[in-house]
Design a protein around this ligand. Structure first.
Ligand SMILES: Nc1ncnc2c1ncn2[C@@H]1O[C@H](COP(=O)(O)OP(=O)(O)O)[C@@H](O)[C@H]1O
Ligand SMILES: [Mg+2]
Length: 158
């Protein structure tokens, strides 16, 4: 398993990383975003949405109260924020599995609420080092996520 870390010096850099990642997403991509409140999960999610081609006039905001936002783009993007999830049954009600394992691309903030930390996908943990400095640690689970991470690293180094 190839874990990879990236240091971001500010919001713009995290956004840019997200854009690069969003451009590379294929059908059924699942990205799980971990980190404390204010770490930058939604900033990365916004970049991913832009890279995937969500209309730049559409605001990308954390779906904290709605649990999920859907954005049509090159692939349908489903953005979950499970912070306020109380009961895993709510996931069934909103059809989480249909989206997360469907043909679109799915982002999940607070995947800890899923109670399955081995869900296949690209896991990203964001740590706040100090001020605007963040460390993003990418941990791919499964072949598709490993390939995605390799493509991301290649895109960043070219
Ligand atoms: N390097 C960085 N990457 C991402 N966000 C940063 C960075 N430095 C400062 N920030 C700020 O941290 C906050 C992150 O907010 P947000 O993405 O909503 O957090 P989360 O979704 O993890 O709760 C924003 O106010 C952003 O401007
Ligand atoms: Mg958020």
């Amino acid at each position: 398993m190839l874990r990879w870390s990236f240091r971001s010096a500010g919001e713009a850099q995290t956004l840019d990383l997200g854009i690069q990642l969003g451009r590379l997403l294929k059908q059924s991509a699942l990205i799980l975003l971990q980190g404390e409140l204010g770490a930058g999960k939604s900033v990365l999610a916004r970049g991913i949405a832009r890279g995937l081609g969500v209309d730049p006039r559409v605001p990308i905001t954390s779906p904290t109260y709605t649990l999920m936002n859907h954005y049509p783009a090159r692939l349908d993007l489903y953005h979950f924020d499970l912070y306020r999830l109380r009961d895993p049954d709510e996931l069934l009600e909103i059809g989480f599995d249909d989206f997360a394992f469907g043909a679109g691309a799915t982002l999940v903030e607070w995947p800890e609420r899923l109670e399955n930390d081995a869900t296949p996908g690209l896991w990203v943990r964001i740590d706040n080092l100090k001020d605007d400095l963040r460390e993003l640690t990418f941990l791919p689970r499964g072949e598709a996520a490993e390939e995605l991470l390799l493509h991301l690293r290649r895109a960043l180094s070219s």
